[in-house]
Design a protein around this ligand. Structure first.
Ligand code: ZN
Length: 271
């Protein structure tokens, strides 16, 4: 775990997303939750030393950000699209997968269920907790339902998966042109520290690089369409437009992710 500002902590070494939390004068506000139950329980013990959890904000509709909600108290807040995704998720499937792949995690899942947000937004929202302000800002990109969490008192912004810091991005549900706009929006916040959805903690100087990466993906697939390639040909022939490693633990998925990214962009760009 890293202390990244006076009252803000984040973890970049769990499998799944980078969860974080802010210690306010009136309890803790969490941003995302660890994907693996064993990590969630560790995280819960760490957080308990800082006070009760008041709110738990999920930044996006993917399981690696919200699966751990079950292990925490606090009111869940997220984009309405994230609520719909959580309601549509199957806890039975998740349990079955961990039963096969990770018995210690499965052992913690007896009463496991997904916990959806009870407060949702589609635009912007501000939470005031103790002496802290949490600006929740809809920033479509990695999916249409991303939200950034900006804490002005700490000059920290949690970017969701709209920023993958020096690792390959996943674009399987991307709205790529909105993504470019959202990165510009993040630049206008007066943040000093960025907590990306995945990869190392960074700062706003990484935003132009992330913009370049998304632009490179768009241009590469647009070029394939221009050449008259079918989606299957494009998935086969297109080369990765950016040279970053896969997320640790997902190296074997490189080809699959490339194919998913190409398919999504092909579908969006053909319109
Ligand atoms: Zn995601």
């Amino acid at each position: 775990m890293q202390k990244i500002a006076k009252n803000v902590y984040a973890e970049t070494d769990f499998r799944g997303c980078n969860p974080g939390f802010v210690v306010t004068s009136d309890g803790v506000v969490m941003i995302d939750t660890p994907q693996m139950p064993t990590d969630a329980v560790k995280w819960r013990d760490i957080i308990a030393k800082h006070g009760p959890v008041r709110y738990l904000i999920n930044t996006e509709p993917h399981g690696d950000h919200f699966s751990g909600n079950f292990f925490f108290k606090g009111t869940v807040v997220a984009h309405e699209g994230t609520r719909q995704a959580i309601l549509a998720s199957s806890a039975v499937q998740t349990k079955e997968r961990l039963k096969q792949t990770s018995p210690p995690d499965f052992a913690l899942m007896k009463r496991f269920k997904f916990r959806p947000p009870t407060i949702t937004l589609t635009g912007e929202m501000t939470l005031y907790v103790g002496d802290h302000t949490f600006k929740l800002i809809s920033i479509p990109g990695h999916t249409p339902y991303q939200i950034a969490v900006f804490i002005p008192e700490e000059k920290v912004v949690f970017t969701s998966d709209n920023v993958f810091c020096r690792v390959q991005p996943w674009l399987q549900q991307a709205v790529p042109f909105e993504w470019l706009e959202s990165l510009k929006r993040l630049e206008t916040l007066n943040a000093k520290v960025l907590v990306p959805g995945h990869g190392d903690i960074c700062d706003p100087t990484y935003l132009p690089e992330m913009h370049r990466i998304i632009k490179a993906w768009i241009d590469t697939v647009a070029d394939a369409i221009k050449k008259g390639w079918s989606v299957e040909e494009a998935q086969e022939k297109v080369e990765l437009p950016v040279k970053y490693p896969m997320l640790p633990g997902s190296e074997a998925m490189e080809q699959m992710i490339k194919r998913m990214n190409v398919a999504r962009l092909y579908e969006v760009l053909r319109k």
